[in-house]
Ligand binder design. Sequence first.
Ligand SMILES: [Zn+2]
Length: 480
Amino acid sequence: MADTKITRRADDYARWYTDVIAAAELADYAPVKGCMVIRPNGYAIWENMQRALDDMFKATGHRNAYFPVFIPESFLAKEAEHVEGFAPEVAMVTHAGGGKLEEPLAIRPTSETIIWNAYRNWIQSYRDLPLLINQWANVVRWEMRTRLFLRTTEFLWQEGHTAHASYEEAEAEARTILEVYRTFAEDFMAVPVIAGLKSESEKFAGADHTYSIEAMMQDGRALQAGTSHHLGQNFARAFDVKFQNENGEQEYVYASSWGVSTRLVGALIMAHGDDRGIIVPPRLAATALAIVPIYRTDEQRAAVMERLDRLTAGFAGFGFHVDDREQHSPGFKFNHWEQRGVPLRMEMGPKDLDKDQVVLVRRDTGEKRFVPQDGLADEVGRTLDAVQAGLFRRAREFRESRTYAVDDLGRFNAILDGDAPGFLHGHWCASVECEDRIKAETRATIRCIPFGDAGPEAPPGQCVACGGASERAVVFGRAY
Ligand SMILES: [Zn+2]
């Protein structure tokens, strides 16, 4: 197990990304193009993401269920926009059990159709609503250009599918979940996001409208980190799901759906990583503290290990690992844990024993401090909180430094092809023609029409493309 060389970000960002994944042993390419093997270090991050999100879903009234991976081909065709949007990416099973199937089966690209087919039997009256269900599952979308975590043919995700008695209730649900996603991204991943509405051409196939959270990566590109869709009555109509309302009338059910995926692991790498590797925010780290004992003689080793046993007895509040491997030097171990993104390292040698102190080294800043052993658990906890807050602050400052107010389409490419590309806040007249033209000329898309304090202000202005009237600025960027 040698040190893994990581390309510098400034030299080749794409290469840096794959090097970081290899060095931290997060994932491998699989035999089938576009698929990936998620290794234990990568899966541990996903598990912690799942745990935090699942708690938040349950706290907002949702329950988990599971629906089959196979969907009859005819189901996908029932919602016209939906099938048009997904058809090119769907993998079909045509043969099974030694023969050709009567009807091909889609491997789920998303589960609206099979879930709404089931909801037809579950919903009769307003008393059956709302129905608030989430599923943790894998999905398959046949992607032509793939990258580990960011875009893979098969990925893991959660998909929420809710049913409501009114448009307003479905809207409130879509917004509640968007806020759950924003909170998760900012408080757990330490990644600042802009929450807002997608344009018509960027919305989910089959939705009335789509909301998203958008994050900025260190190369200035945008990453859509989560989406929440208001589906209106589209899927209820397609699957004939009606309920009797309080006035005794039959009405189609209103719906939302929403999801985040293993793509978030990629976002985490690209938002916080440095030239030495990934940095995992403490709240998502399986190992928050790596402990490296330092000694030369057997006698020193015994004394150091004995003290460590005593100190770590108080470390119940966070995940820690004592790296007592005999065959590796302390320097090797420092590098090992740095590359794996462990947010805090503790060292203790014979001199520290004499002084009743330890050394704490932050992964994000490299700051090294001598800390008394008395009250150590509290100090480790405080330092981990400081790393968590520091990562968020650094990412937000970076985003601010890479955000430009632009009133002229002519400036887009100069910024996006320059040394410091990022988000462009500019006005848009809401026409598809201008949106298409901007995309064709600059490869920038409308990331979202923001709301809340993360976005640009709302005074009216003029469209960057045609000069027409615009109600508020939107966020443009080149995206992953
Ligand atoms: Zn325009």
